[in-house]
Design a protein around this ligand. Structure first.
Ligand SMILES: [Zn+2]
Ligand SMILES: [Zn+2]
Length: 263
């Protein structure tokens, strides 16, 4: 069997407000450390000539341009919180150039919500504005293959709602989760790298996002070789985390590149 290679780019690893927050608020983050500049959570997956983006939050255009991504083949959504979907209409600029509707993948609940909030990207909203996406429904645990990029979606507990996590080859993406059930854990077993929600380190009052204690509990069962934290709040300073965390757990940073293999 041939091993296939690809790459994940962390487009953003900040919390819903980003760092610095609007008003130039850096919290406990050192403003002189470039890796503290965190945009809203998103990743791009690259394999051969294909680029897939997971989520299109408020920093979508900036992230895509920063990484010089000139073509997107599909967008996939974890859930529909605003920090993951707010800039969906940026896809119109791509449509205007290609005249091809963007394949859009989301679970049934997310599709329904996106269609009601952003009907103008799904339907002809006026003579001037054509629909720009082609929706496809994701069923958790049913493997997906988008232009040869294989991924397995799984349901995550996001506190007051659910989100989708993804296993992509030997890589796992678990943003926006507070806990994972056995199905999700079994889906992730055997991964090499895990980008995982850790909004805060030690705060016990967790409602919708994991803290470090929860991440470590899950890691006990998943046993990934390398973890990168995402969805980090402004109280998590990059260099402080690097000093305090074990070597196999690192804070993520915008622009981080992770190699991925499928076998
Ligand atoms: Zn979020
Ligand atoms: Zn969320």
């Amino acid at each position: 069997m041939t091993v296939q290679m690809g790459e994940v780019i962390v487009l953003g690893c900040g919390c819903s407000k980003g760092t610095p927050q609007i008003g130039n608020y850096w919290g406990k983050c050192d403003p002189t450390e470039p890796k503290n500049n965190r945009t809203r959570p998103s990743i791009a997956i690259k394999k051969d000539d294909t680029t897939i983006v997971i989520d299109t939050g408020p920093d979508f255009r900036t992230q895509i341009n920063r990484e010089n991504i000139t073509k997107i083949d599909a967008v996939v959504y974890t859930h529909t919180h605003s920090d993951h979907v707010a800039c969906i209409d940026e896809l119109r600029a791509l449509y205007d150039r290609t005249k091809e509707r963007m394949p859009l993948y989301a679970d049934a609940a997310s599709l329904q919500d996106l269609k009601s909030r952003f009907s103008f990207v799904f339907e002809q909203s006026s003579i001037l504005y054509a629909p720009v996406v082609e929706p496809y429904e994701i069923t958790p645990q049913t493997p997906m293959n988008i232009h040869g990029v294989e991924m397995i979606p799984f349901t995550q507990d996001h506190g007051l709602s659910t989100s989708l996590g993804f296993r992509i080859g030997d890589f796992g993406y678990s943003t926006d989760m507070i806990n994972l059930d056995d199905t999700a854990i079994n889906t992730l077993k055997g991964i090499k790298t895990w980008v995982v929600d850790c909004a805060n380190l030690y705060d016990e009052r967790i409602f919708v996002h994991a803290n470090l204690k929860r991440v470590l509990e899950l890691q006990e069962k998943i046993n990934a070789k390398q973890l990168y934290l995402t969805h980090m709040k402004a109280n998590l300073d990059y260099q402080t985390l690097c000093r305090e965390l074990p070597a196999h757990i690192r804070p993520g940073f915008d622009g981080l590149r992770i190699s991925v293999t499928w076998d």
